[in-house]
Design a protein around this ligand. Structure first.
Ligand code: C2E
Ligand code: MG
Ligand code: MG
Length: 562
């Protein structure tokens, strides 16, 4: 118990409130050796002392009958204020009848007068201080300092406790998230950001009042709510919308709500919220929808994705993942000439059949597995360049796709160089395709990485150009070697004059940047001849060939070298 007399070399402060000097003296003598004791002669004086912010009291010893402000009135005032209501009070009395009233007002213990057992008094003070300090440590870990909602660990702990008694009730797991909160913080400052979060927490707490529900804040701008099942959440969304528009200077603070209704009690509460969050994430950036319910289709999709994640390593080992090659032809010579190729991944899944990269690339980008997969593709591409050079005596450069995730890998350059060394290639033989939208994610970082790679001799192709992200201004500073025009330009080019003009515009931009253009998705003769006429350099598309396995690609090479 000794530790509760002093902490960090500082003595705990005890406030003794009694109008009789003799009592103050006796208590002072008992406590002085271990505590910093302050005295007040009545409730009023004591209350004033508590207003001094820099002094924190660990315990109050309170007489009940005093002039000016008695102990009862003092306790009422004390308990009504947030800053003081957690200080424990021991009442000093000789009257049994006063005890009941004191307890109702929040006293935690009694010491009876006269004070003839100093050791007992000291022991009681120590015990109460210890108890309350433990409680306040727990309370501070239990609550989120900013909003007063539960912290995550306690939230889940309480859910488990509530569930012990309410197993049969239908409940919902709900996630609230502020759209683009980081931006609000950056543009309007943290104070405004905090204001918004506190207001949301208040509204959530009000909504939960009187019901079984509890709420917590996880991460900066995400709130979890566990509550009785509701048919819809339109009301709370509307309330939040109104209150936030009144509170904030910011034109539109938008919230997203994800709901997992009637949770499955067989699975862990943490998983309920994973599902609610998945529903919430599904409508990120979607300005037509603010509430999203976790559905059985979403569940199916998650299970499917989970399977793909589990299967990827085995798929590489079993050769279910294969690299296909699609040729690119130079169309400005008399007759189209095979110039290079793009490596594209294919997954022949033993159960699901052929899976499109569009289904698994974004999934693997979201969990980092893409690096492994891309490495496999790069290695395979390098192997083919070398094999074909040895077999046919020509070098066919192959472009590989570099995911936006790869770009932030500090070892990216080293990985490429190792692969090139292994297959005795030079950097200009393996070209790197980076999609235009990756440039928009973090232009400066990407430009830095790309500049380095180019200095080492790699050639960079901007993939999907025109899919809508680069500004003209950014284009002039981008270090690139080839523009790959997005497929939609070619698809529309012969439909109307305006679309044709757009293609010409892309070619003009490329000319201005002094780089060649690859047109992707060329399927028809008419597209090819139009592109040739307006000066497009290279073409990739089903017109020449779909992406094909290596042995079929060899037939295309053989046609050229014959
Ligand atoms: P991308 O890099 O823009 O690749 C071109 C896509 O267009 C390929 O789709 C290709 O099969 C398709 N394509 C080519 N010519 C035509 C045509 O004439 N008509 C039509 N309709 N489509 C054509 P795929 O193979 O399904 O790949 C889709 C996207 O997935 C790729 O777009 C690329 O972003 C990504 N991807 C594919 N393989 C890899 C890879 O190994 N690593 C990474 N990171 N991404 C990959
Ligand atoms: Mg590509
Ligand atoms: Mg492309």
């Amino acid at each position: 118990m000794e530790k509760f007399r002093e902490s960090n070399g500082l003595r705990r402060r005890v406030l003794v409130v009694d109008d009789e000097m003799i009592n103050r003296e006796i208590l002072g003598n008992i406590l002085n050796e271990h505590y910093e004791v302050t005295f007040a002669e009545n409730g009023r004086q004591a209350y004033d002392l508590l207003q001094e912010r820099d002094k924190k009291y660990s315990l109050i010893l309170l007489d009940l009958f005093m002039p000016e402000m008695d102990g009862f009135e003092f306790m009422e005032k004390l308990k009504s204020k947030g800053e003081t209501n957690s200080i424990p009070v021991i009442v000093m009395t000789s009257e049994k009848t006063a005890e009941v009233k004191s307890i109702k007002l929040g006293a935690v213990d009694f010491i009876t007068k006269p004070y003839d057992m100093p050791e007992v008094i000291l022991a009681r003070c120590e015990r109460i201080i210890e108890l309350y300090e433990d409680k306040s440590i727990i309370r501070s870990a239990e609550k989120d300092g900013l909003t007063g909602l539960y912290s995550k660990d306690f939230f889940f702990e309480y859910i488990r406790q509530i569930e012990n008694y309410n197993q049969s009730d239908s409940v919902d797991a709900v996630v609230f998230n502020v759209e683009r909160f980081k931006l609000i913080n950056e543009l309007h400052g943290r104070v405004e950001g905090d204001n918004i979060l506190c207001r949301i927490a208040d509204i959530i707490s009000q909504d939960l009042e009187g019901s079984l529900g509890i709420g917590c804040r996880v991460e900066a701008d995400t709130f979890y709510v566990y509550c009785y099942h509701k048919d819809n959440y339109d009301d709370i969304l509307e309330l939040l919308r109104q209150e936030l528009s009144e509170l904030s200077q910011i034109p539109k603070v938008r919230l997203r709500i994800g709901v997992y209704s009637n949770v499955d009690k067989e699975i862990r509460p943490e998983n309920w919220f994973d599902r609610a969050k998945a529903a919430c994430d599904r409508i990120r950036g979607d300005y037509t929808q603010q509430i999203s319910y976790y559905s059985s289709e979403q569940h199916e999709r998650e299970l499917y994705q989970e399977r793909l994640i589990n299967d990827i390593v085995k798929a590489i080992a079993d050769k279910d993942l294969r690299v296909f090659f699609q040729p690119k032809y130079d169309i400005q010579s008399d007759k189209p000439v095979l110039k290079s190729a793009e490596a594209l991944i294919r997954w022949q899944h033993p159960e699901f059949g052929l899976i499109s990269p569009g289904d698994f690339i974004p999934l693997f980008e979201s969990n980092g597995l893409i690096q492994r997969l891309d490495n496999f593709v790069w290695e395979e591409a390098a192997f083919r360049i070398k094999t074909w050079r040895e077999k046919y005596g020509v070098t066919i450069p192959i472009s590989v796709n570099v995911s936006r995730i790869d770009i932030y890998d500090p070892e990216l350059e080293e990985k490429f160089i190792k692969i090139l060394d292994r297959y005795e290639l030079t950097p200009n033989e393996m070209m790197l395709e980076i999609t235009e939208s990756a440039y928009a994610d973090n232009a400066n970082a990407l430009i830095g990485v790309v500049k380095n790679l180019r200095e080492k001799g790699f050639r960079i192709e901007m993939d999907d150009f025109g899919s809508g992200y680069s500004s003209l201004n950014m284009l002039t500073t981008l270090p690139i070697d080839v523009l790959k025009m997005d497929m939609k330009f070619v698809r529309n080019m012969n439909k109307d004059e305006k679309s044709m003009k757009l293609v010409e515009l892309v070619l003009d931009i490329a000319k201005f940047l002094n780089v060649p253009v690859v047109a992707e998705g060329v399927e028809e003769e008419s597209q090819l001849s139009a592109l040739k006429k307006i000066g497009c350099d290279l073409v990739q598309g089903y017109y020449f060939s779909k992406p094909v396995p290596p042995d079929q690609f060899e037939r295309l090479i053989e046609k050229e070298v014959k």
